[in-house]
Design a protein around this ligand. Structure first.
Ligand code: ZN
Length: 237
């Protein structure tokens, strides 16, 4: 969804200095505790990168589609594995972030939610590639523990309430459109099949075929920013 806005996918996010590390080496609590400034700097760099890009036509169409359906007495639920806020900035409301959000922070020790503005750091996204510019994690105002990003790290459970809300929406859905996921990360990857078992039609949009392509009712080999506006245009006409 966000690749066309210039946000590297999680697997492709390792550029520059970060090429030396796999996501598994950075996106765990163990990695954060072992090297807080490096992992914190990686997340600040990613948050700054997301702040510097805009929602694409795909995000904006989902916002419009949700608005149109809601005005018509229906509903559209957005559930995403993306940790950016481009759906919200594209006009979608009540986005279910299955893998958490890069823009929410909380204390690693006491769990208190905390505010942090990555743009308040004194180094630019580019300077983060310079190992001399690594940042120290911001601190909790309650207990002075380190703040951590509100994303789901490897080995952590998905947020149960969010996951349950996604399952409920899928069970009740008439139509499910799966956009651009690799379909590799469980349990999110199994969600479309729940909808199909409940009788929903399944449309997959992905420039690259996945394990889902054969079981989807319709597979559109295209990117989100191309296929979604075309799909909504057809539906509204
Ligand atoms: Zn704390």
């Amino acid at each position: 969804m966000s690749a066309e806005s210039g946000v590297p996918t999680f697997r492709d996010a390792q550029t520059g200095l970060w090429q030396r590390y796999s996501p598994e080496q950075l996106a765990t609590e163990q990695a954060f505790r072992a090297n807080p400034s490096m992992v914190w700097t990686w997340y600040v760099w990613r948050a700054l990168l997301i702040n510097s890009v805009a929602p694409n036509a795909g995000h904006r169409v989902i916002g419009s589609w949700q608005e149109a359906l809601t005005a018509d007495g229906g509903s559209l639920t957005v559930a995403t594995q993306n940790v950016d806020d481009l759906h919200e900035r594209g006009g979608a409301e009540e986005v279910l972030h299955l893998h958490g959000s890069l823009h929410d922070y909380r204390c690693l020790e006491c769990g208190a939610p905390a505010a942090f503005d990555p743009s308040s750091t004194t180094v630019s996204a580019e300077q983060h590639f310079d190992k001399d510019s690594v940042l120290e994690p911001a601190r909790c105002t309650q207990c002075s523990g380190m703040l951590r990003p509100g994303v789901i790290w490897f080995g952590e459970m998905l947020p149960q309430t969010t996951f349950d809300a996604a399952v409920e929406a899928l069970r009740a859905a008439d139509l499910v459109v799966v956009v651009g996921t690799s379909g590799l990360m469980q349990p999110a990857a199994s969600l479309p099949l729940i909808a199909q078992e409940s009788g929903a039609k399944l449309v997959e949009i992905n420039p690259v075929p996945t394990d889902l392509s054969d079981v989807a009712d319709v597979y559109l080999s295209a990117t989100a920013a191309v296929a979604l506006p075309a799909l909504l245009g057809e539906l509204l006409s």
